[in-house]
Design a protein around this ligand. Structure first.
Ligand code: MG
Length: 378
């Protein structure tokens, strides 16, 4: 049934008709492919709706126009699909992976994740990629017959972007590629770089909008300078906001076209005839060397001037404290946990608490912290 949606695909694309399957066998999808079904399950999940209130760089309440994990994930899906369509690989799979890739993110972005990892160090640590997998494999409670969303192997393979060797050994078939140093599908590789294109560009936009970054600073970053110069030549009298959008738009375009061209070149050179040949080949989805270098410069710039800006650092330090104090309070007394989490905590206290805290949105975490610590709040 689902093969009819995938007749146009290149031989090296992932096909849902040839999926390595779901952990629990289910009747075949009707009127959609297996990867479309995965995408639909992800969109209807609770964890997906929580992304709206989770930080990308700016905490949710700092402004209505900043990216959240939800809009970030949508941008990743859009960019990923454009690339996939050009390369004739499976757009539905790329979309499913993109929409799910951040499901395991803690509140408060990387600050929250680092804090939770610190708390969990004695108990096996906390990795947000692995947590995204945990959400779709175990934590979502939507089906009568099983925990999680029971997604296809290929979708899960794409969600698990990184993983420590120790965890890889516990994951069986899914962890194998980290041990054998093999690649995931092209679709997973595309979602990964679409993520990078999305955040580098929207962080420039959000950084400028917030006033933490200045145009004059960004003009010292070659890839931005090149594009802003082009825009100024073409439209000499453009207002700043429009100048920024026109520049970012062109940068995204440059990155996507470069990625497609370089990937085509690598595919032609390696000549993979199947998804398994893709897995055995070196990474095939890539930027050209010149664009890779420029992209790395941009990343460094954003790290030094945006992610480590003192105003961001203040929020970061507060976020760490909130996460740590929540974790410690629940560890000291699991009776403070809501009932279903308390029951889970009877089996594995630290992991149940990490799951609870990781699932919180920014504002829920702030509220929960206030409920536990503020004198005069109940
Ligand atoms: Mg992301």
């Amino acid at each position: 049934m689902s093969a009819e949606f995938e007749t146009h695909l290149a031989p090296y694309a992932a096909r849902s008709a040839a999926t390595r399957g779901r952990a629990r066998a289910e009747p075949p999808a009707v009127a959609r492919s297996e990867f479309q079904r995965d995408r639909d399950r992800i969109i209807h999940s609770t964890a997906f709706r929580r992304l709206e209130y989770k930080t990308q760089v700016f905490v949710n309440h700092e402004g209505d126009l900043f990216r959240t994990r939800l809009t970030h994930s949508l941008e990743v899906a859009q960019i990923g699909r454009s690339i996939a369509r050009n390369l004739r690989v499976n757009e539905d799979l790329v979309e499913a992976i993109a929409l799910a890739h951040d499901l395991g993110h803690t509140p408060f972005g990387h600050a929250g994740q680092d804090a939770l990892h610190e708390c969990m160090k004695p108990y096996g640590g906390f990795e947000h990629n692995l947590q995204s997998l945990r959400v779709v494999d175990e934590l979502e409670e939507r089906y009568g017959g099983f925990d999680g969303l029971n997604l296809c192997f290929e979708t899960r393979e794409g969600i698990l972007k990184h993983c420590s060797l120790e965890n890889a050994r516990r994951l069986g078939a899914l962890g194998e590629r980290f041990i054998r140093r093999r690649q995931p599908s092209l679709e997973a590789q595309i979602a990964n770089l679409a993520d990078e294109i999305a955040y580098n560009n929207h962080d420039i936009d959000d950084g400028l909008r917030s006033g933490l970054l200045l145009l004059s600073q960004l003009e010292e970053v070659p890839i931005f300078a090149r594009h802003v110069h082009e825009v100024r030549e073409r439209y000499p009298a453009l207002a700043e906001r429009r100048l920024i959008h026109e520049t970012v738009r062109r940068m995204i375009n440059t990155l996507i076209t470069d990625l497609i061209a370089e990937t085509r070149r690598r595919i032609a050179a390696a000549g993979p005839e199947s998804i398994d040949a893709v897995r055995a080949a070196p990474p095939l989805v890539a930027f050209s060397d010149a664009i890779r270098r420029e992209g790395d410069e941009l990343k460094l710039f954003l790290r030094d001037h945006l992610y480590r800006h003192y105003q961001v650092m203040r929020m970061t330090s507060k976020a760490r404290r909130i996460v740590r104090e929540l974790f410690d309070a629940f560890m000291d007394d699991p009776r403070l946990l809501p009932t279903d989490h308390r029951l889970r905590a009877e089996r594995d206290r630290p992991r149940a608490i990490a799951d609870y805290v990781a699932g919180m949105t920014d504002r829920y975490a702030i509220k929960e912290h206030r409920r536990l610590f503020a004198v005069g709040e109940i």
